[in-house]
Design a protein around this ligand. Sequence first.
Ligand code: ATP
Ligand code: MG
Length: 646
Amino acid sequence: MSDQLIKVPADWAKSAYVDDAKYTEMYEQSIKDPVGFWAEHGKRVDWIKPYTKVKDVSYNQRDLHIRWFEDGTLNACYNCVDRHVKDKGDEVAIIWEGDDPSVDQTITYTQLHHHVQRFANVLKDQGVKKGDRVTIYMPMIPEAAYAMLACARIGAVHSVVFGGFSPDALAGRIQDCDSRFVITSDEGVRGGRPIPLKENTDDALDSCPDVESVIVVEHTGGAVTMKEGRDVWYHEVAGRVDHECPCEEMNAEDPLFILYTSGSTGKPKGVLHTTGGYLVYASMTHQYVFDYKPGDIYWCTADVGWVTGHSYILYGPLANGATTLMFEGVPTYPDSSRCWQVCDKHNVNIFYTAPTAIRALMREGDEPVKKTSRKSLRLLGSVGEPINPEAWLWYHKVVGDERCPIVDTWWQTETGGILISPLPGATDLKPGSATRPFFGVEPVLVDNDGHPLHGATSGNLCIADSWPGQMRTVYGDHKRFFETYFSQFKGKYFSGDGCRRDEDGYYWITGRVDDVLNVSGHRMGTAEIESALVAHEKVAEAAVVGYPHDIKGQGIYAYVTLKQGQDPSDDLKKELVQWVRKEIGPIASPDLLQWAPGLPKTRSGKIMRRILRKIAEDDFSNLGDTSTLADPGVVDDLIDNRQNLG
Ligand code: ATP
Ligand code: MG
C-alpha cells in the first residue's frame, strides 16, 4: 500500500514554479555551490544594506557558529508589510476566521501596515527597546500577528507562548529568556469555551517579579483584574500613540525570535532564530513547497504559538505578499465539517494541517467532508508527525477528491523551515513519505557510530551542512546547543529523528530515534507498526513503544484507539496482532495491546511516547515533565487500564 506511486498531475508539472527537471537542476546547484545559490536567492527579500558575505558556518565544538548574509541589514516587518503596500495595499493580507462561524474579518496590507505601526508605538510607549524579549501569550486573533510584526519592526525579540499552555509553563518561558514584557488578551475562545489568558498570566507572573508591563488586548470582554502600574489596556495606549513608526535597521544575524520547542521529549529549549537567513528560507520554502501564486488563498491551521505558525502563517506567506488565513477555532467546532466549510467560505486553495487533525476527522467518517464542495482546493499539506499512509490516502481521496497533491513536509522548530518535502509540480508522491530534500538541504543517514550509510537504508537523520533558516543557538545556553545537535555525529546537524531512504532516494521519517525499538536485535521505527495498525478498518489511532522483555530484549507494546462505534474485545485484540503480523511480519507483532480511549499528546497534537513507555514499563511514579500535555487525564485512564492488563 505504501509503495503506491502517485504521479505529478500533468497540469501541475506545466504550471508549477518547478517541474522535475528544474528541481534536479536547482537542487544540484544548491549542493555544489551553496554560496552562489544563496547569494542569488537571498535577494528575494529587500535589504537595506545588501550582504557581501553569504555563509560562515562551523559545526565544531570549539567555535560552533552559524552565520548567513552576516554583513547585510534589513527589517523583517518591512519585508512582510511595508514593501507590499505600494502595489498591493488593497489586497487582503490576513483573513481572520473566528471561533464562532459567523465572525470573520479581512485585513488588507494597508490596514496591516497601520495596525502594526500602532502596535509598535504601544510597545515603545511601554519601554520596549531593541533587543528586549517580549512574551506573547495570545489567542489566534489578528492582534497576535500585529504584536509579532511590531516586535520585529522595532527590533524586539518575540517569544510566543501557545495560548493553551498553563501558567507554570508560561512562567518558565518568561523566566528562561528574562522577558520583562508580556502581551496577552482578556480571554481566548476555542470550541465555544473561553480560555482565561489574563488570569493565567496573573498566576504566572506571581513567580516573575521582573515583568514590568503587561499589555492586554480586549477580545471577549470577559472580566479581568488589572494590576495598577503593571497592566495596561492595549486600546487605551493605542489611542494616544503616534500612527507612524519607522522600521529599525537590523543586522541579518540579529535575533528575530525565540521559540520554545513543544516538549515532546523533555525540558523545552529556547530555540533562537535570527533575521535574514530565517526570512529568506521561510519565504522561499513557502513559495516553492506550496507553489504559492499571487491571488491564492492559503490556510495553515497551526497556532502562531508553534513554529509552523511563525514560518507558514506569518513570516513566509507575508514576506511573499500572500493572503494568509488565521483560524481562531478548532476543526471539530461547531462540528467536524468546520475546516471544509471554512475552505468553501473563503475559497481556500492551499490547506496545510497536521496528521493528528486528519486522523481525528477521518474517525468521524466521510460524510462531514462530502457534504462540502472544496472545489477551490488545489493543494494539501501535512506537518508535525509521520503521516500514516492510511490517513494520507483518506486525505487525498476524500478531502482532495484525488485532485490535490499532498506535500508531507518534514522539519522542526530548529530548522526554521521545511527541509524535506515534495514540490507539487516536481515530485511523484508516495503516501507516508516526505520524499526529497529542499534546495540546499543535504540529508545524511548515519549508523550509531556516525558512519554515513549509502543507498536504500535506515539510520539517524542528519543534515550535512547549514541552510539559512537553521537555528543559531539555544537561548542563553550555547553549550546545550552543541550537545543537543552536534555532539553525537561530528560535523553534522543531528535531527533526533530516525529515517529510511528507499531505492528511489525518497526519505521516510520513522519517528524519533529515542522511540526506536530493538526487538531481538532488529531495529524498528514506531511509525511503521503504528501505520499498520491504523490501516485496519476499525482503528483510528495507535501508538507503539518498547518495554523490557526477558527473551527479546524489548517487547512491542501497542496502545490502540478504535474508531467511533467499535467495540474493544479480546477477539479484536487477537485480530489486530494477526493483522500486524500479516502487514509487516512476525517480528513486528505486538506482545501486548492495550485499548486507549485517548492518547497522551502535546498541546501541538503529537503523541508523547516517552510517557507511554513509562506506563508500559509499569513505572508510573516517574513520568517526567507532563506540563505540556494537552489532557493529563488521559494518562490516568491509561494507568488504570494498564493495571487491569497485569
Ligand atoms: P521537542 O523537540 O521539544 O521534543 P517537537 O520535536 O515535537 O518537541 P517540533 O519542532 O514542533 O517539536 O517538531 C519537530 C518534530 O516533529 C520532528 O523532529 C519530527 O519528529 C516530527 N515531524 C515534523 N514533521 C514531520 C513529518 N512531515 N513527518 C514525520 N515527522 C515529522
Ligand atoms: Mg524536537
